[in-house]
Every structure is written in structure tokens, then in C-alpha cells.
Design a protein around this ligand. Sequence first.
Ligand SMILES: NC(=O)c1ccc[n+]([C@@H]2O[C@H](COP(=O)([O-])OP(=O)(O)OC[C@H]3O[C@@H](n4cnc5c(N)ncnc54)[C@H](OP(=O)(O)O)[C@@H]3O)[C@@H](O)[C@H]2O)c1
Length: 282
Amino acid sequence: MMLVFGSSGQVATELRERLPDAVFLGREEADLSVHTNIGGIIEEIGPAAIINAAAYTAVDKAEEEEALALKLNAQAPAEMAKAAARLSIPLVHISTDYVFDGSGETAFAPDAGTAPLGAYGRTKLKGEQAIVAAAPVYAILRTSWVFSAHGANFLKTMLRLSETRDHLTIVADQIGGPTPASAIAEACVKIARSLAADPSKAGTYHFSGVPEVSWADFAREIFRQAGRSVAVEDIPTSAYPTPAKRPLNSRLDCRSLAAFELNRPDWKDGVADTLAKLGVTS
Ligand SMILES: NC(=O)c1ccc[n+]([C@@H]2O[C@H](COP(=O)([O-])OP(=O)(O)OC[C@H]3O[C@@H](n4cnc5c(N)ncnc54)[C@H](OP(=O)(O)O)[C@@H]3O)[C@@H](O)[C@H]2O)c1
């Protein structure tokens, strides 16, 4: 039986559909921002593997709440990793492209130098480092631009804006791979099972959708598939200031995923699936 941290988040919801027998701990069951005995909870449940889909994900708010983000994104995963090591069970942990500075135009390999631009990325990187230090059988799965029919994400924001707007200005100089939460959930399950059978596959991996696009082109495809007439105007990041600085280059080199026989998902198919789940037809 698997233990999943997170219950109603984007990835956690997709995990729920795939793991009917797993135990899911959301913030109602185990508030990771205040909990002092995460290891004890894990040992009491005694799972065969842990998937951590819980995180502090509010990128801009993290700039003013870094201590809280640190608890969720680093201190809690550290406790999960120590418990996983004690129990000799795999830990699959989801991380982010925001651990990189987004320089250059080539894809970041899993062992590329990290240099987060903001508080969210800093706390996620500390989480990764804590997991590696605790040395359980782990997989850190860095992903990017997550979307699904659940929770808050860019696709749903675009659909909402399309109800009232026929023209939007959208950042066109940040490039990345939009990734369906469903594909991440599938990858996490496959990796957890594979690690249990072969702990030598432990390590840090990248998983994001193809083809890589700008936010503006991502929006255009969402509107095209949803049949919404919204004109998208390209703007540079400098014209859309946010509290947290974002990486311009979020391309992730995902080739090492072959170890788990995983392919990169086509995000355009993911948009179609998500729109179908939301009941949006063109
Ligand atoms: N969203 C993105 O674009 C993106 C990009 C790159 C990487 N990631 C990473 O992908 C993973 C999954 O992200 P997501 O988009 O699925 O996140 P999400 O939709 O924002 O969900 C966050 C999850 O964290 C849990 N959580 C939040 N605060 C908590 C607390 N105080 N105690 C316990 N649990 C708490 C929530 O619990 P409940 O279920 O109880 O609400 C929820 O399941 C995260 O590690 C994130 O860093 C996300």
C-alpha cells in the first residue's frame, strides 16, 4: 500500500484515481506546516512506498512567506525521507524547474547547476537536498507548468479570462513544457513501483511535456481547442512584473526517464483531456 502526501491538489487528485487503495494525507489529516511527528505518522501507517505530492506552490506569495514554504517544501520532505530510509521504502518527491535560473536556451539536465531565482525555488531546492542527504531510495521528479481539471492553474485561468475578455497580453519569452498532472501521477506510480523492485534507479529525474512553448503559445492552443475567440498579444516578462522572478528557460532534459520506460507527454493531448473533463467543447 502506498502513502500519498496531498489529497485534493492537482497531482494528488490524479493519484487518487490511479491508487484506490493508497492512504492520502491532505492538510486536514496532516498539516505539514505545523506537524512535528511526520516520521511517526509514516511508521504507524507502514506503507510500501511514499509519494509526496504536497507542497507550498504559491510562487509569488512565497516571497513573503518563505519560512512557511520552507516547512512544507523542505522540512516536511526531510522527515519523509528519514522515515523512508528507516523503513527501507522508496520516496518519490515532486520538484520543479524553478530550482534553475533559466539562463541559456538549452535544456537543463538533472545534474545541471541549480540557482533558484526566488523563495519558492529556494525552498524546493532545500527539500531536494534534504532528501538526498537522508539517502532513502528516492526519486526526485522535477516537472514544470502543471495543469489539470482540478485546482488552480494557467489553463483554468485562461478559460476564466476568456469569459470576459477578447484580448489578452501574455508573456512570450518564458519557454517551458506544460505538463498534465495526470501524466505526472502516472509517472510517480510507475517510478515508485520500479524503485521498489530496483533501488539502483534512485536519483533525480526530469519530466515535462512536449513540445516546449511560450506561455503565449500555450494560451493560443488552449483557446483554439476550447473554441474561444481571444486574441493573444505577445509581451516580454519585463512588461508583466511579479513579486517572484521566473526563469526564462524552463526546458528540461528528460532523457534519463528512459530508465523507467517513460515518455514525455504531449501537452496538447493533455489540454484536450482536461477540456473534456471540464465539459468545455469548441
Ligand atoms: N503547479 C505547478 O505548475 C508546478 C510546477 C512545477 C512543480 N510543481 C510541483 O508539483 C507538485 C504538485 O503540485 P500541484 O500543482 O499538484 O500542487 P497544488 O495543486 O497546489 O496542491 C498542493 C498540495 O499540497 C498540499 N498542501 C498544501 N499545504 C499543505 C499543508 N499545510 N499541509 C499538508 N498538505 C498541504 C495540498 O493538500 P490538500 O490536498 O489537503 O489541499 C495539496 O494536495 C509540488 O511538489 C509542486 O512543487 C508544480
